[in-house]
Design a protein around this ligand. Structure first.
Ligand code: ARG
Length: 465
């Protein structure tokens, strides 16, 4: 069968009486942002061609020509010898057009038994799968940075806060490991998201499947997918994997923003807990004394973009009827931006964590302020047989007295304790003061030095340090 007219884009069939209006081309193109799918598009097309050969639709000769030409196109793209044109819409059409230009009718056979709808979904899954793996490695790198400084900071006690008010003392590594736990859950979310994403869309074609005797298991296994999506209507409309990835990235960004906010505070003269490496700080054009934590501020600030991407994607899919709708093309800029932002933040966070120095003298100079030992004292009273509510009230009264005297609890005379409970003796001083309070902790997951040391060695083993 011969075709009378071959239009510029392979997607434009003989049904069209007119060429596309240039304003439509400009409005509908996605090549400006989906070019970055090129490697995964070629990977998917090669697997598809190999399967078409296996089921007898392509000859070995044809498959070989398609495969080697696709690899040639890949090299050309990587060497910058690739011209894009909005008349070819997207990366999928560009690659196919190049293939057809080079191979003629053999190239025209590649799109058998597939549609751009399953092709886009496949390419995006492959791209996201790699991106999730990169994020996992970056999370690991940041965990290692936190664990890596635990030994050097083991003797530093910091105030823990609730409501940003001084609460109880903790060892500095207890802070570092708190972030490790959060990052670990982030990694688990990534792994979980990867599981549901790693299912093949390829071969559902446009929306209903195909009458061509394709083998979907074959392409799925060639592409490293764990399974084959079972319903063509579902796959054609499905962007759950995009939403889940965006959500996982959003949680990472919010974790980073909390850490950034905390260290921005710690870097102030008011807190004075931490110094940041000067090569990771910025100055002011007018105030000569300024050493600003702009990186941390940008990590905190960029969280907004990531949350915005998730919002964009959720609104994008809301109310879409089955199955593919062109709206879905808008999923890429949002998710690419979320990945780019989170990867950049994670990458710069690790050296900052490694290079920061704890200002122990400054911390220690004010560590006895804020009654960090009050809860330990209450627990001591409970262990002497005083009911918790009574002990809570008693210690509160002593904190009030110490505040009036501008003293610490440890500086109060024994008579003041005995006024509230005559049986108390000198041993009460054994839990007062920040160091004693730290030593008194016992429970699993607490900041008890033994617990923290065990957790550090646990993390070292888990992270292969
Ligand atoms: N660039 C488009 C996208 O990313 C390609 C799919 C177009 N499919 C179609 N049936 N018009 O979604």
């Amino acid at each position: 069968m011969s075709v009378s007219k071959v239009v510029a884009s392979p997607s434009r069939s003989g049904v069209f009486a007119k060429d596309t209006d240039s304003r439509v081309e400009l409005f509908t193109e996605s090549i400006s942002f989906d070019e970055r799918l090129y490697a995964h598009d070629i990977q998917g097309s090669i697997a598809h061609a190999q399967m078409l050969e296996k089921v007898g639709i392509l000859t070995t000769e044809e498959r070989t020509a398609i495969e080697s030409t696709l690899l040639e196109i890949k090299t050309e793209i990587e060497q910058g010898e690739f011209e894009t044109s909005i008349s070819l819409e997207d990366i999928h059409m560009h690659i196919e057009k190049l293939l057809i230009d080079k191979l003629g009718d053999t190239g025209r056979k590649l799109h058998t038994g597939r549609s751009r709808n399953d092709q886009v979904s496949t390419d995006f899954r492959l791209w996201i799968r790699d991106a999730l793996d990169r994020v996992d490695q970056l999370l690991l790198q940041l965990q290692k940075a936190f664990v890596g400084r635990c030994d050097q900071d083991i003797d530093t006690v910091l105030p823990a806060y609730t409501h940003l008010q001084r609460a109880q003392p903790v060892l500095a590594p207890h802070y570092w490991l708190a972030y490790c736990e959060k990052l670990q859950r982030d990694r688990e979310r990534i792994a979980d998201c990867r599981k549901r994403l790693n299912v093949s869309s390829l071969g559902v074609a446009a929306v209903a499947g195909t009458s061509i005797p394709i083998d979907r298991e074959d392409t799925a296994s060639r592409l490293g997918f764990d399974g084959v999506a079972a319903n063509s209507l579902d796959v054609s409309s499905d962007r759950d994997f995009v939403l889940e990835s965006a959500f996982a990235l959003t949680v990472i960004a919010t974790h980073l923003s909390s850490w950034a906010e905390e260290w921005i505070l710690w870097k102030t003269v008011e807190f004075d807990f931490i110094d940041l490496p000067h090569d990771f700080c910025t100055g002011s054009s007018i105030m000569p004394q300024k050493i600003n934590p702009d990186i941390l501020e940008l990590i905190r600030g960029k969280t907004g973009r990531v949350i915005g991407s998730l919002q964009t994607l959720l609104v994008l899919v809301k109310g879409l009827p089955l199955a593919y709708n062109r709206d879905l093309q808008e999923d890429k800029p949002a998710l690419f931006d979320a990945f780019d932002t989170v990867e950049a933040c994670l990458d710069i966070a690790a050296p900052l964590v490694e290079g920061a120095t704890i200002k122990a003298d400054s911390i220690n100079a004010r560590l006895e302020k804020g009654f960090l030992d009050a809860t330990s004292m209450m627990e001591y009273l409970i262990l002497q047989g005083i009911p918790q509510r009574t002990a809570h009230h008693m210690v509160g009264a002593l904190v009030g007295l110490a505040t009036e005297n501008n003293s610490t609890l440890a500086e109060l005379p024994l008579q003041e304790f005995q006024k509230l409970s005559p049986d108390l003796d000198e041993k009460i001083y054994g839990v007062l003061g920040v160091q004693n309070a730290i030593a008194a902790f016992k429970s699993y997951g607490s900041t008890a030095p033994d617990q923290v040391k065990a957790q550090i060695s646990n993390w070292k083993t888990r992270l292969g340090l």
